[in-house]
Design a protein around this ligand. Sequence first.
Ligand SMILES: [Zn+2]
Length: 132
Amino acid sequence: MTDNKSEPLFGARPEDRPLTDAERTLLEWLIAHGSREAQQYAPQASQVRVVATCTCGCPTIDVAAGDRDHRTVGGSLVIADFEGVTPEGIEVGVILHVRQDQLPELEVYAMPDGDGPFGLPTIESLRQSPLS
Ligand SMILES: [Zn+2]
């Protein structure tokens, strides 16, 4: 992943704050509607804090539970994969995955790649990704 130096770096800006109401609502919805494995992460989802936000204009957040202050690395398992539409009318994908039994990130990306900034999709617009 280091051989493409002309690509702008995916930027993550460190933060330390509780989830906003919108972020928490989306996270809890994804847990409730995700894969069978997703349910077991509900307690953790209720405890996570935001530890970083993306700088590209998308609403992707890195999260951590307890006193971890950085995201985990390593292989991951997707527990929720949905599509939705933001209040700006942008179609986005939302992916929630776990890594080493931790929720490291709530990823939101535009489809097709769109320019930020854009917000979280509305709950009413969410539907299962056809690819999952
Ligand atoms: Zn981003």
